[in-house]
Design a protein around this ligand. Structure first.
Ligand code: MN
Length: 258
């Protein structure tokens, strides 16, 4: 084994590196992104038992499940959006696997999100973050920490009002900068989708999806435990299921952190 991998395992065994699970539990209770009524909405996660050491299968327990690709902690592939529909390798099965691993840059806007659920990450936030922590490296996972995952009541998590959902997200200038000027792998968020709750009313609608996926970048939605990551120095591994032609998939997102 290479010295680097031996050292990695040694540091993990000794607890000098920790593995943080950035994934929410996946169940029929998992909150779903509510789209305006004129569009098709996603079904909830559903699971049923095939056998449990019984006459349906005497020595084994297993289930089948049904889910939308974009349910729970999940990956958005470039083909998910119309702006990425003609890019090469734009489906989950075709993305080169080295693009699932990258350094994490974590920006904390929890205090603002607590005061204003519609708060957006701006170029100013990015400028301040880079002044403090250095330039966002190429191929990074850029993670927006809002503490939204701490809202365990699905009603508060989705925060739907008569005007639609109200949850934090990205200003389009920030998404464009991260995709074009910093060449990130993609962005990750604690909310149900990578755009703000009100983003169906933005121009263009859902600008983070439009700009990220148009440049072949990815999205990670419904993450948690971002408060356990340093601003820089962690590595995130986010590999979706290899669904042929898939636009995304639920996945387990892991971070390795000092
Ligand atoms: Mn999605």
């Amino acid at each position: 084994m290479s010295g680097t991998l031996t050292k990695l395992l040694g540091e993990l065994y000794r607890g000098r590196l920790r593995v943080i699970d950035l994934t929410q539990p996946l169940s029929p209770q998992t909150p779903l992104l509510p789209l305006p009524r004129q569009w098709n909405n996603t079904p909830a996660f559903k699971m049923w038992e095939l056998s449990r050491y019984d006459d349906r299968g005497p020595a084994w327990y297993w289930n089948a499940f049904e889910t939308g690709e974009h349910t729970g902690t999940h990956f958005d592939a470039p083909v998910h959006w119309v702006s990425g529909k003609d890019l090469p390798n734009n489906t989950v099965d075709q993305i080169p696997p080295e693009k699932f691993i990258g350094p994490a840059c974590v920006i904390d806007v929890s205090a603002e999100a607590a005061k204003n659920p519609d708060c957006l990450l701006t170029l100013d936030h990015l400028g301040q973050w880079e002044a403090q922590h250095g330039r966002i490296p190429r191929g990074a996972w850029f993670l927006l920490r809002t503490s939204w995952s701490k809202k365990t009541n699905p009603k508060d998590y989705i925060n739907a009002q008569s005007t639609g959902p109200h949850t934090p997200g990205f200003a389009k200038e920030a998404s464009a900068f991260l995709a074009a000027e910093r060449d990130v792998l993609g962005v990750g968020v604690e909310t149900v989708g990578t755009d703000a709750g009100q983003a169906s009313t933005f121009d263009p609608p859902f600008p983070n999806h439009y700009l990220m996926h148009g440049r072949g970048k990815f999205g990670l939605a419904s993450l948690c435990n971002l408060d356990q990551l340093p601003p820089t120095g962690a590595v995130v591994i986010a590999a979706p299921l290899k669904i042929v032609g898939g636009s995304g998939s639920p996945l387990r997102v892991l971070a390795i952190t000092p």
